[in-house]
Design a protein around this ligand. Structure first.
Ligand code: FES
Length: 169
Protein backbone atom coordinates (compact mmCIF):
# COMPACT_ATOMS: atom_id res chain seq x y z
CA UNK A 1 0.00 0.00 0.00
CA UNK A 2 1.32 3.44 -0.91
CA UNK A 3 1.72 5.91 1.88
CA UNK A 4 0.79 9.40 0.88
CA UNK A 5 3.48 11.89 1.84
CA UNK A 6 2.86 15.55 1.32
CA UNK A 7 6.17 16.63 -0.19
CA UNK A 8 5.54 20.30 0.32
CA UNK A 9 4.80 19.76 3.97
CA UNK A 10 7.88 17.59 4.39
CA UNK A 11 10.02 20.32 2.85
CA UNK A 12 8.38 22.93 5.04
CA UNK A 13 9.23 20.95 8.17
CA UNK A 14 12.84 20.68 6.98
CA UNK A 15 12.89 24.46 6.63
CA UNK A 16 11.42 24.73 10.11
CA UNK A 17 14.28 22.59 11.43
CA UNK A 18 16.71 24.99 9.78
CA UNK A 19 14.94 27.93 11.41
CA UNK A 20 15.18 26.23 14.80
CA UNK A 21 18.85 25.55 14.15
CA UNK A 22 19.48 29.21 13.25
CA UNK A 23 17.92 30.25 16.54
CA UNK A 24 19.83 27.61 18.50
CA UNK A 25 16.51 26.11 19.70
CA UNK A 26 16.31 29.11 22.02
CA UNK A 27 12.95 29.43 23.79
CA UNK A 28 13.56 33.17 24.08
CA UNK A 29 13.30 33.42 20.29
CA UNK A 30 9.80 31.97 20.19
CA UNK A 31 8.11 34.98 18.57
CA UNK A 32 10.76 35.26 15.84
CA UNK A 33 10.65 31.52 15.23
CA UNK A 34 6.85 31.65 14.95
CA UNK A 35 7.09 34.55 12.52
CA UNK A 36 9.59 32.66 10.36
CA UNK A 37 7.51 29.49 10.58
CA UNK A 38 4.45 31.40 9.40
CA UNK A 39 6.41 32.65 6.41
CA UNK A 40 7.20 29.06 5.48
CA UNK A 41 3.77 27.49 6.09
CA UNK A 42 1.63 30.55 5.37
CA UNK A 43 -0.08 30.08 8.75
CA UNK A 44 0.48 28.31 12.05
CA UNK A 45 -1.61 25.14 12.19
CA UNK A 46 -1.80 23.04 15.33
CA UNK A 47 0.79 20.56 14.11
CA UNK A 48 3.38 23.31 13.63
CA UNK A 49 2.64 24.64 17.09
CA UNK A 50 2.96 21.14 18.59
CA UNK A 51 6.22 20.57 16.75
CA UNK A 52 7.66 23.81 18.11
CA UNK A 53 6.41 23.00 21.57
CA UNK A 54 8.29 19.69 21.42
CA UNK A 55 11.48 21.04 19.86
CA UNK A 56 11.71 24.08 22.12
CA UNK A 57 10.48 22.25 25.20
CA UNK A 58 7.76 24.82 25.81
CA UNK A 59 4.21 23.79 26.84
CA UNK A 60 1.82 23.80 23.87
CA UNK A 61 -0.47 26.11 25.85
CA UNK A 62 2.31 28.72 25.94
CA UNK A 63 2.97 28.44 22.21
CA UNK A 64 -0.74 28.67 21.47
CA UNK A 65 -1.12 31.57 23.89
CA UNK A 66 1.50 33.56 21.97
CA UNK A 67 -0.02 32.66 18.59
CA UNK A 68 -3.49 33.69 19.78
CA UNK A 69 -2.29 36.89 21.38
CA UNK A 70 -0.53 38.48 18.42
CA UNK A 71 -2.71 39.50 15.51
CA UNK A 72 0.17 38.99 13.09
CA UNK A 73 -0.18 35.23 13.61
CA UNK A 74 -2.87 33.20 11.94
CA UNK A 75 -4.04 29.69 12.80
CA UNK A 76 -6.18 29.49 9.68
CA UNK A 77 -4.90 28.89 6.21
CA UNK A 78 -5.07 32.20 4.42
CA UNK A 79 -5.59 32.92 0.76
CA UNK A 80 -2.76 33.69 -1.63
CA UNK A 81 -3.91 37.31 -1.42
CA UNK A 82 -5.15 39.01 1.72
CA UNK A 83 -7.49 41.89 1.02
CA UNK A 84 -7.58 44.43 3.80
CA UNK A 85 -10.28 47.08 3.59
CA UNK A 86 -9.48 50.02 5.84
CA UNK A 87 -12.44 50.97 8.02
CA UNK A 88 -10.62 53.82 9.78
CA UNK A 89 -12.51 57.10 10.08
CA UNK A 90 -11.16 58.80 6.92
CA UNK A 91 -11.83 55.73 4.80
CA UNK A 92 -15.19 55.10 6.42
CA UNK A 93 -16.52 58.57 5.62
CA UNK A 94 -15.29 58.19 2.03
CA UNK A 95 -17.35 55.04 1.51
CA UNK A 96 -15.12 52.15 2.66
CA UNK A 97 -18.17 50.21 3.83
CA UNK A 98 -19.59 50.22 0.28
CA UNK A 99 -16.23 49.05 -1.05
CA UNK A 100 -16.16 46.27 1.54
CA UNK A 101 -19.70 45.23 0.60
CA UNK A 102 -18.78 45.18 -3.09
CA UNK A 103 -15.88 42.81 -2.34
CA UNK A 104 -18.08 40.64 -0.14
CA UNK A 105 -20.61 40.40 -2.92
CA UNK A 106 -18.04 39.75 -5.64
CA UNK A 107 -16.30 36.96 -3.71
CA UNK A 108 -19.27 35.68 -1.70
CA UNK A 109 -17.23 36.12 1.49
CA UNK A 110 -17.57 37.71 4.87
CA UNK A 111 -14.73 39.44 6.68
CA UNK A 112 -12.28 36.92 8.07
CA UNK A 113 -13.19 34.30 5.48
CA UNK A 114 -11.16 32.76 2.67
CA UNK A 115 -12.38 31.68 -0.75
CA UNK A 116 -12.58 27.92 -1.27
CA UNK A 117 -9.77 28.07 -3.83
CA UNK A 118 -7.58 29.80 -1.20
CA UNK A 119 -7.00 32.73 -3.51
CA UNK A 120 -8.42 35.53 -1.37
CA UNK A 121 -8.85 36.19 2.34
CA UNK A 122 -10.93 39.20 3.27
CA UNK A 123 -10.48 41.26 6.39
CA UNK A 124 -11.26 44.73 7.59
CA UNK A 125 -8.46 46.75 9.08
CA UNK A 126 -7.87 49.93 11.02
CA UNK A 127 -6.11 53.01 9.64
CA UNK A 128 -3.00 52.07 7.72
CA UNK A 129 -1.73 55.66 7.59
CA UNK A 130 -2.67 56.41 4.00
CA UNK A 131 -5.76 58.51 4.82
CA UNK A 132 -5.06 60.94 1.94
CA UNK A 133 -5.88 58.07 -0.42
CA UNK A 134 -9.15 57.13 1.30
CA UNK A 135 -10.85 54.80 0.84
CA UNK A 136 -7.93 52.40 0.87
CA UNK A 137 -7.76 48.70 0.08
CA UNK A 138 -4.57 46.73 0.67
CA UNK A 139 -3.98 43.54 -1.24
CA UNK A 140 -0.96 41.86 0.33
CA UNK A 141 1.59 44.71 0.25
CA UNK A 142 -0.08 46.73 -2.52
CA UNK A 143 -1.95 49.84 -1.47
CA UNK A 144 -4.91 50.82 -3.66
CA UNK A 145 -6.30 54.29 -3.00
CA UNK A 146 -9.53 56.08 -3.84
CA UNK A 147 -11.21 52.77 -4.56
CA UNK A 148 -14.87 52.75 -5.55
CA UNK A 149 -17.25 49.78 -5.52
CA UNK A 150 -17.26 49.75 -9.33
CA UNK A 151 -13.44 49.28 -9.33
CA UNK A 152 -13.71 46.00 -7.47
CA UNK A 153 -14.30 43.48 -10.29
CA UNK A 154 -11.32 44.71 -12.34
CA UNK A 155 -9.13 45.09 -9.25
CA UNK A 156 -9.75 41.51 -8.19
CA UNK A 157 -9.30 40.33 -11.74
CA UNK A 158 -5.72 41.71 -11.74
CA UNK A 159 -4.87 39.35 -8.89
CA UNK A 160 -6.68 36.39 -10.40
CA UNK A 161 -4.60 36.97 -13.51
CA UNK A 162 -1.42 37.32 -11.46
CA UNK A 163 -2.07 34.02 -9.72
CA UNK A 164 -2.68 32.26 -13.06
CA UNK A 165 0.58 33.67 -14.42
CA UNK A 166 2.43 32.36 -11.36
CA UNK A 167 0.97 28.91 -11.91
CA UNK A 168 2.02 28.95 -15.55
CA UNK A 169 5.65 29.80 -14.67
S1 FES B 1 -8.40 55.79 7.79
FE1 FES B 1 -7.94 54.49 6.14
S2 FES B 1 -5.86 54.86 5.79
FE2 FES B 1 -6.31 56.11 7.47
Amino acid sequence: MDIYIDKTEEENFKKLDEILETHGHDQGHLITILRDAQEVFGYLPEKVQSYLSLKLDIPISTVNGVVSFYSLFSQEKKGRFTIGVCLGTACYVKGAKDVLNAIKEELGLDSGETTLDHLFTLKDTRCIGACGLAPVVMINDDVHGKVTPSDIPSLLHQYIKKSKEEQDD
